[in-house]
Design a binder for this molecule. Structure first.
Ligand code: NAP
Length: 390
C-alpha cells in the first residue's frame, strides 16, 4: 500500500485527487488530508478514506472538525503549523494542492521527508524555485508536475535530451475575456471573471486565467522546473484547451501533448508515474473536434503575461514579490476595491518598488526571506490601493 497525503484536499485539485484515490482504496494508506474552511468536506473524505489525520488551516474551526469526526478514530489538528507537520509525516506521495504561497512551507516539509511531491501549487516554484529544487536534491525527493501544461511538457520530454530542446510552448485558453472588447475589461465583474470557458477550477485560478496572471506563473514555473532559459519559453492562445503544451527540438520536430481538459489526466499521471494506468477521462475524438486554433497572446489584453519575463530577468526573490503582489491584488479585486485591469498595474508598481528597495534584490533565497518579501509585497499592494482610493 502506498502512503499518500493530500494537501488542499477540499479544493478543485484536491477533490479530483481524492476521486482517483477513492476508486482504488485498497492501494492507498491515507496519511493526512488538509483543508481550509470546508470542514464538512474534509471530515467526510477523511472518514470515507480512513485517513489517519485531518487538518484545517483555520485554528478557530478545530472544534467543528473534532465534532464532525467524533468517533471516527481520525486524529484532528488545526493551523498552518499543523499543516506543515502533516506534510512532514512519512508518506510516499504528497499532493501539493493548497492555493497560493501558503502551499510553499508544507511542500518543503514533504520534500524534507523524501516524499514524491506532486506539484499542483505552482506558487511553490515561482516563489522559491532554487530553494525547493535544492531541498528536493538534498533529501533525495522527487518533484512531479501536475499543472496540465507542465505535465504535458514533462511527458513530451520522456526519453529526450534536454540539451536538444529549442523551445517550450505552453498553451493558454485566453480565459473568460478572450473575446471581449478591450475597453470593457476595466468594468469586468468578479462574477464574469470567475467563469472559465473550458476548465472547472477554483475561483482564484479562474480569475487568474482571465487576467493571464496564471499563465505568467506557469511561464516562471516552466523556467524553474525544466531549467530552460526565458527566451526558450513561448505562450500561444489555444481556445480549445486540447493541446496543453509542445516541445520543439533542434531538428525542427515539435512534440505536442493532447488531452481533454480534465485535471485527472495530469493528477493521475503524477499518481501512477512512471506507469500509465487507466484513467476515467474522456477519450479525444479529433474528427469530432474538427479544428484546433492557435494565436499569439495580445499583451495589451494580457499585460500580466509580459510581467513574467520581467520577473525572470530580475531573478531571486522577484518571484515571491510577484506572486504575493498578485495574490493581494486579487484579494482587492474580489473585495471590489479595485478593477480587473488595476490588478496588473498594482503588481507592476510593486515590482518597481522592489527594484528600488535596498538589499532585497540580492537577498539570499531562504524560506524566511521568501516569507518576509511575501509579507512586504502584500503591504505594498495595500499602500497602492489606499493611494489610489485617496
Ligand atoms: N484547479 C485546477 O484545475 C488547477 C490546475 C493547475 C494548477 N492548479 C493549482 O493548484 C492549486 C490549487 O488550486 P485549486 O483550483 O484546487 O484551488 P481551490 O479549489 O481554491 O482549493 C484550494 C485548497 O487550499 C485550501 N486552502 C485555502 N487557503 C489555505 C491556507 N491558507 N492554508 C492551507 N490551505 C488552504 C482550500 O481549503 P478550503 O477550500 O476548505 O477553504 C482548498 O483545500 C493552486 O496553486 C492552483 O494554481 C489548479
Amino acid at each position: 500500500m502506498r502512503k499518500v497525503t493530500v494537501l488542499g484536499a477540499t479544493g478543485s485539485i484536491g477533490q479530483n485527487t481524492i476521486d482517483l484515490i477513492a476508486r482504488a482504496p485498497d492501494d492507498y494508506d491515507v496519511v493526512a488530508l488538509t483543508g481550509g474552511a470546508n470542514i464538512q468536506q474534509l471530515a467526510d473524505d477523511a472518514r470515507r478514506l480512513g485517513a489517519n489525520l485531518a487538518v484545517t488551516a483555520h485554528e478557530e474551526k478545530l472544534d467543528d472538525l473534532s465534532s464532525a469526526l467524533a468517533g471516527s478514530g481520525v486524529e484532528v489538528a488545526a493551523g498552518s503549523r499543523a499543516i506543515a507537520e502533516a506534510a512532514a509525516r512519512p508518506a510516499d506521495w504528497v499532493m501539493s494542492a493548497i492555493v497560493g504561497s501558503a502551499g510553499l512551507a508544507p511542500g518543503i516539509e514533504a520534500l524534507k521527508q523524501g516524499a514524491t511531491l506532486a506539484l499542483a501549487n505552482k506558487e511553490t516554484l515561482v516563489c522559491a524555485g532554487s530553494l525547493v529544487l535544492e531541498t528536493a536534491k538534498a533529501h533525495n525527493a522527487r518533484l512531479l508536475p501536475v499543472d496540465s501544461e507542465h505535465s504535458a511538457v514533462f511527458q513530451a520530454l520522456v526519453g529526450e535530451d534536454i540539451d536538444a530542446v529549442e523551445r517550450v510552448i505552453i498553451t493558454a485558453s485566453g480565459g473568460a475575456f478572450r473575446d471581449w472588447p478591450l475597453e470593457d475589461l476595466a468594468n469586468a465583474t468578479v462574477e464574469q471573471a470567475s467563469s472559465h470557458p473550458n476548465w472547472d477550477m477554483g475561483q482564484r485560478i479562474t480569475i487568474d486565467s482571465a487576467s493571464m496572471f496564471n499563465k505568467a506563473l506557469e511561464v516562471i514555473e516552466t523556467k524553474e522546473y525544466f531549467s530552460v532559459s526565458p527566451t526558450q519559453i513561448e505562450v500561444v492562445v489555444h481556445p480549445e484547451s486540447i493541446v496543453h503544451a509542445m516541445v520543439g527540438y533542434r531538428d525542427g520536430a515539435v512534440i505536442a501533448h493532447l488531452g481533454a481538459p480534465d485535471m485527472r489526466h495530469a493528477i493521475g499521471y503524477a499518481l501512477h508515474w512512471p506507469q500509465r494506468r487507466n484513467l476515467p477521462v474522456e477519450r479525444l475524438d479529433l474528427t469530432k473536434l474538427g479544428q484546433l486554433n492557435f494565436k499569439s497572446p495580445d499583451l495589451t489584453r494580457y499585460p500580466a503575461l509580459k510581467l513574467a519575463w520581467d520577473v525572470m530577468d530580475r531573478g531571486g526573490l522577484a518571484g515571491s514579490v510577484f506572486n504575493a503582489a498578485k495574490e493581494r491584488a486579487l484579494d482587492h479585486f474580489i473585495a471590489r476595491h479595485i478593477s480587473f485591469t488595476d490588478m496588473a498595474d498594482a503588481v507592476a508598481a510593486v515590482l518597481d518598488r522592489f527594484d528600488a528597495s535596498d538589499g532585497l534584490i540580492d537577498a539570499e533565497m531562504t524560506l524566511d526571506n521568501v516569507q518576509k518579501t511575501d509579507h512586504l509585497a502584500r503591504q505594498w499592494v495595500d499602500d497602492t490601493v489606499v493611494e489610489r482610493a485617496g
